[in-house]
Design a protein around this ligand. Structure first.
Ligand SMILES: *Cc1c(COP(=O)(O)O)cnc(C)c1O
Length: 356
């Protein structure tokens, strides 16, 4: 690998947009911090690494990133601790997942040092964009795509890595609970596909399904397995959880489910709480039976954006299952504990925080 010539010439933009932002009412991912980090990989060499003002960049319309979706991303958050420090939640997990997705799309590996050095520098430059813990977090979005402007169906010879950040509020859906409905018309992932990776191409095809769920009065869909349409896999863009008779259940990854960092963290927090947690397949029929027996206590989603997203209504094959929200639910306990660790208010007993 070539030496990385990292230039960080820009310490500030002419006029920061910071003053115009209402930090008490932050949306999700539509306000971007002043700067971005950009680096290119040309013929296998990393080059032209720099921090510049966030803004448009020229890219050929024939680039493979646009034409063939040779494009991927990651997402995680930094929070403010009581001391006013910045703490990033488990970025090592995202760094590894980043390179796993890159390999699946035959894109060059991003060196671990470049991933962390770029993040350290960018967070330093845009430190003022970190919301207070009670306002939200700084969402960190690495993005990586082929810039090769030729139409042969290979991943190409030039790629761009862009790192950007966005201050985000506490509720990314705009409400505290969501409703979900099963779909058999659409399938998110199939064995051998890319469901267990994080390419941009996993997202475009879900939008029609979400739109149709919304037309039926739900917020989003529950994805079922592609073979039998029986087993629950994920919901919207989150991993899926149920609580049946006091036991937390989440489906096994098996290649079609995105290995969520939040999911992994919640499995460990269940262990800390002494709550039984099973990683196993769960069928729609089993949910309907549990509901009929009165043992379906809770359902929730997990992911970086919403952290733990309680679900108040499930449309399961035409049966509407209402899930009353209780203040002492496992979802709210996990959410509070996770947020406590992320913001440095609860002991970081698993060593999850990275402080640049
Ligand atoms: C990113 C993502 C998740 C959540 O993963 P986290 O690492 O917890 O943010 C879940 N499902 C899908 C499809 C995703 O793309």
């Amino acid at each position: 690998m070539a030496t990385i010539t990292t230039r960080f010439p820009l310490r500030h933009v002419e006029r920061s947009r910071l003053e115009s932002v209402d930090f008490d009412n932050l949306p999700f991912g539509s306000i971007w911090s002043d700067h971005m980090f950009v680096a290119d990989n040309i013929d296998g060499e990393w080059t032209d690494a720099e921090i510049r003002p966030y803004g448009p960049m020229p890219i050929y319309p024939s680039s493979k990133g646009l034409q063939y979706a040779v494009s991927m991303f990651e997402g995680f958050k930094a929070h403010m601790t009581p001391e006013g420090d910045l703490a990033v939640f488990r970025p090592d997990m995202n760094q590894k997942r980043f390179n796993r997705t890159a390999a699946r799309f035959v894109m060059p590996e991003l060196p671990k040092d470049l991933f962390f050095d770029a993040m350290r520098e960018l967070l330093d430059v845009d430190r003022g964009w970190l919301p207070r813990a009670d306002q939200g977090a700084l969402y960190i979005r690495p993005s990586y795509f082929s810039t090769d402007p030729t139409l042969s169906v290979v991943s190409g010879r030039s790629f761009r890595y862009v790192l950007m950040t966005a201050p985000v509020g506490l509720y990314f859906t705009g409400s505290e609970t969501v409703s979900l409905v099963t779909t058999r018309k659409f399938v998110r992932a199939f064995p051998g596909g890319t469901g267990g990776h994080k390419p941009a191409a996993n997202y475009g095809p879900t939008m029609l399904a979400s739109q149709q769920a919304q037309a039926q009065g739900y917020d989003n869909v529950i994805w079922l397995d592609g073979h039998e349409g029986r087993y629950v896999e994920e919901c919207g863009v989150m991993n899926m959880w149920f609580v049946i008779d006091g036991t937390a259940i989440t489906p096994p990854l098996e290649g079609t489910i995105l290995p969520g960092v939040t999911r992994d963290s919640l499995i460990r927090l269940c262990g800390d709480f002494g709550i039984p947690c099973e990683v196993r397949r769960i069928a729609v029929d089993e949910l309907l039976e549990a509901h009929a027996a009165g043992t379906l206590n809770e359902a929730f989603g997990s992911g970086t954006a919403a952290t733990v997203q309680p679900i108040d209504r499930l449309g399961l094959d035409g049966t509407d299952v209402l899930l009353p929200q209780r203040p002492d639910s496992l979802a709210s306990r996990l959410k509070a504990e996770l947020h406590g660790i992320q913001t440095g208010r609860v002991e970081d007993r698993h060593g999850w925080l990275w402080r640049p």
